[in-house]
Design a protein around this ligand. Sequence first.
Ligand SMILES: [Zn+2]
Ligand SMILES: [Zn+2]
Length: 75
Amino acid sequence: MSVVICDSCGRESEDLRQCSVCKKNLCSDCARYMVVKRKTIYKEFEDSIPVCKDCLPTTSLKKKLVDIVDAVLGR
Ligand SMILES: [Zn+2]
Ligand SMILES: [Zn+2]
């Protein structure tokens, strides 16, 4: 069995996931989950896919950016 190394923290792990966006190997500590909507011809459902922290869409960060823009405009 080959040892797989987490691309994010460099640790060896037997329980690796793969980032769905950039295909990095991720150990269970580094994996984050993103909820996506999937649609088939039969139904629409929510699915969680593993992503690395670099590819995780940060809703809170986007909100922060909006706040910064508002501050700059002198609200
Ligand atoms: Zn890791
Ligand atoms: Zn990634």
